[in-house]
Each structure stands twice: as structure tokens, then as C-alpha cells.
Write a protein that binds this ligand. Structure first.
Ligand code: NAD
Ligand code: ZN
Ligand code: ZN
Length: 382
């Protein structure tokens, strides 16, 4: 079979009004998916998470090639492999990651495949790594989201978008590994390389921020301050290992973090995507401290740095993309930690939903009501 019909959530235009339950920016409809080409794999999606980066695409805060089948955080089962694929076989359980990699550009060869040159270009163009589009509707091509397009029954991806995982972890649990967990945990463990005993603050307790918190627990941070505007998220953070939890709207926030960390955090993680949160993180670090931001706010957002104090305090401001990860190295480690009971990623999942409920799901992410909602697909598809 060369082309299959399947259900998918298509983002036709950016910037529709809220609530999305009414404006329905994601159109759940039937589209066509071509067979995998050279170096590509057909995956049957089992579960796909709703991430704030999808929300930013829906809202038009960051430009995207549309129309596109949305979704970039998922797990599934290999259905078919294209020519030349040797690392995967039908039946393999896989996590999909949102940056494919070529293996030979300057970034890939220096251990930074998360910054792969050609993947960057492919994503901007809405294609797979190969430059192809395998999705279409009534004969017109549809764009791929981050080389994944996971809000669909099936996805064709580059083989470098996939990491094989143990069948011991459930695919519903594993769905959040490919974005939220690899990003948040990796920001702590790879980008910042937080040593045991350090003091840490995390601002923004969505899937990414809570994964950073879980990373700080595994890294052995002595103090972990969690910050958000939503009381339920502060409570969840405490259950997951935060030693302190503060309301971001408290005017005494920075002082409270500085007190809790004995004079300022060694590391502060901006995971909210809000400039005020970035400024608070910067102010809450100690001399020699480091601010790490993985958040992707509106593409025009900036933040001011006091230059003299930045130099004399030896502060560091670091960006972190996909947790500075090497997917084939890091995803199996995350699975192993989860299976050992040390990475309770199932606690990030607020609920599972059907594909038809995806617009309502994005409303709950937008208002802060949900952490991760995960779309699950019926066994056997439509
Ligand atoms: N760098 C990467 O590789 C990468 C990967 C995935 C997501 N992201 C980005 O990371 C960010 C977080 O993603 P998410 O899916 O966890 O989002 P989310 O919406 O689930 O979480 C954001 C959290 O920030 C909280 N918040 C809002 N205003 C705040 C404030 N002023 N101070 C503190 N907290 C505040 C919200 O209540 C919410 O809990 C987004 O910007 C997303 O686009 C980046
Ligand atoms: Zn994401
Ligand atoms: Zn590369």
C-alpha cells in the first residue's frame, strides 16, 4: 500500500480567537499519508502530548508553515520501514523527538544533534529531513510539524526522529519523553549540569518545568524552589520533590527565593515563557549563578541584563533547546530511570483525551488547568 487515509488534526491558520473550543483551530479530519521514503519510517502513533509549543503555533506567537498536521511529542510502534532503514523493524516501540539530525553537520559531529543545521531548515520549511512532504489532503501537500506531525493515527518521520525504547514502559507514559521530559530534565542534567548539593529554582511548572524539577531531584539538588501562578501546580511540585513552592505573583518572590537558597540560587530555570519570569530568575540567582531558559515565548520577547553587574557577578544566561540532548543516548536513560521508579513522568499527565477533544485540551493548557494532556489512539486506528 503506498498511501493511507487517516484521521489527523490540521492547523489551517494561526491566530484564531480563544476559546479554541469555539474557534476550533485544529480541524480533525481525514488526510492522506504516503509510504516512507529512503531513511524514513512509518509509525503508528499510540499517544501524543499537548505541549505549549503547539499552543504558541496555534496562537501565532511563533510563525509556522501552514496548513500543517500538528503535534511533536509522541510514542508509537513502527509499522513499516522505508528503503535503507536498518536500525528499526516493524513492531519496535519508539519515542519521537522533535529535532531530526543529519549526523554530519558541524553540530551533529560535535555532539549537538539538537542544533542540527539541516533539521532546522526542514522544520522551517514544514518538510521532513529529506525535504519531502508525505502528508496531503485532496492532492494538496500538507506541512509536517517538527518532522513529526503526531496528532494523527500514523506519522512518517526521518529515522533520526526516532529512538527505540524498551517495551516495559507504557507508550502512554513514554509519549511525554520526546519533548517535555527530554527538554526539562536535560536542561538540568545536560545544559546546566547541576551538581549534587546545588540550589535550584524552577519557574513555570508545566510539563517542561516539572520535568526540570524531576531532573533536579535526580541530580541531588539540596534546595528546589518551585514557582508558578497556579496553586494546584505548586502543590504537585511539592509532591514531586520541591522543598519550597512560591506564587509568582507575590511581590516578595525574588527575596523569598534568595532566602530559601541561602543568598540566591546556584541555578534558576525559566520554563514559563514569560519575560517577568525570566527577570525574576535572573534576580534570584547568586553571584556566579546561572539562569537557564528553555521557554519559547513570543518571538519578539526580550529581557534586559544589567551589564556591569553581569560581569562582576560572573552571571551566566544559557539557552537550552531539547535539553541539549543526544536523543539515542538520553531517551533510554530516561526510560531506565522511570522503570527504576526514580522518574515519575506519569504524574505529568493530567488526563488522556481522544483526538476529537484536542481543541478543548488546548484551552485547558492555555488557562493552566492542565499539565500534560495526552491524545490516545484506538488500537487498530479508525
Ligand atoms: N526549549 C525547548 O526545547 C522547548 C521544548 C518544549 C517546550 N518549550 C517551551 O517551554 C515552555 C513551557 O512549556 P510547557 O509545555 O511546560 O508549558 P505549560 O503551559 O504547560 O507551562 C507553563 C507554566 O508557566 C506558568 N506560568 C505562567 N506565568 C508564569 C509566571 N509569571 N511565573 C511563573 N510561572 C508562570 C503556567 O501556570 C504554567 O504552569 C513553553 O514556552 C514552550 O514553548 C521549549
Ligand atoms: Zn514540545
Ligand atoms: Zn546535522
Amino acid at each position: 500500500m503506498t498511501t493511507r487515509s487517516m484521521r489527523a488534526a490540521v492547523l489551517r491558520e494561526q491566530g484564531r480567537a480563544v476559546p479554541y473550543a469555539d474557534s476550533r483551530p485544529l480541524d480533525v479530519t481525514t488526510v492522506e499519508l504516503d509510504a516512507p521514503g529512503e531513511g524514513e519510517v512509518l509509525v503508528k502513533i499510540a499517544a501524543a502530548g499537548l505541549c505549549h509549543s503547539d499552543l504558541s503555533a496555534i496562537a501565532g506567537k511563533r510563525a509556522r508553515a501552514v496548513p500543517t498536521v500538528a503535534g511533536h511529542e509522541a510514542a508509537g510502534v513502527v509499522e513499516e520501514v522505508g528503503p535503507g532503514v536498518t536500525k528499526f523493524s516493524p513492531g519496535d516501540h519508539v519515542v519521537l523527538v522533535f529535532v531530526a539530525s543529519c549526523g554530519h553537520c558541524g553540530y551533529c559531529v560535535s555532539g549537538r544533534p539538537n542544533l542540527c543545521e539541516s533539521s532546522w531548515q526542514a522544520r522551517a520549511n514544514g518538510t521532513l529531513q529529506s525535504g519531502a512532504r508525505r502528508l496531503s489532503e485532496h492532492g494538496a501537500a500538507l506541512n509536517h510539524a517538527s518532522g513529526i506531525s503526531a496528532f494523527a493515527e500514523y506519522a512518517v518521520t526521518s529515522e533520526t526522529s526516532l529512538v527505540k525504547i524498551s517495551e516495559e514502559i507504557s507508550l502512554i507514559d513514554a509519549a511525554v519523553l520526546g519533548c517535555a521530559v527530554v527538554t526539562g530534565f536535560g536542561a538540568v542534567v545536560n545544559s546546566a549540569d547541576v551538581p549534587a548539593g546545588a540550589t535550584v529554582a524552577v519557574s513555570g511548572l508545566g510539563g517542561v518545568g516539572l520535568s526540570a524539577l524531576l531532573g533536579a531531584v535526580v541530580a541531588g539538588a539540596s534546595t528546589i524552589v518551585a514557582v508558578d501562578v497556579t496553586p494546584a501546580k505548586l502543590r504537585l511540585a511539592r509532591e514531586l520533590g520541591a522543598t519550597h513552592a512560591f506564587d509568582a505573583n507575590d511581590p516578595g518572590l525574588v527575596e523569598a527565593i534568595r532566602d530559601a537558597t541561602g543568598g540566591g540560587a546556584h541555578y534558576a530555570f525559566e520554563m514559563a515563557g514569560v519575560p517577568a519570569s525570566m527577570s525574576a530568575c535572573y534576580a534570584a540567582t547568586r553571584r556566579g549563578g546561572e539562569v537557564i531558559t528553555a521557554a519559547l515565548p513570543d518571538s519578539t520577547a526580550t529581557f534586559a541584563v544589567p551589564l556591569a553587574a553581569h560581569a562582576s557577578d560572573e552571571r551566566v544566561v544559557r539557552g537550552s533547546y531539547m535539553g541539549s540532548c543526544v536523543p539515542a543516548r538520553d531517551i533510554p536513560r530516561l526510560v531506565a530511570l522511570h522503570l527504576a521508579g526514580r522518574l515519575p513522568i506519569e504524574r505529568l499527565r493530567s488526563r488522556t483525551i481522544a483526538l476529537d477533544q484536542i481543541n478543548e485540551g488546548f484551552d485547558r493548557l492555555r488557562t493552566g488547568e492542565a499539565v500534560r494532556e495526552v491524545v490516545t489512539f484506538e488500537e487498530g486506528g479508525k
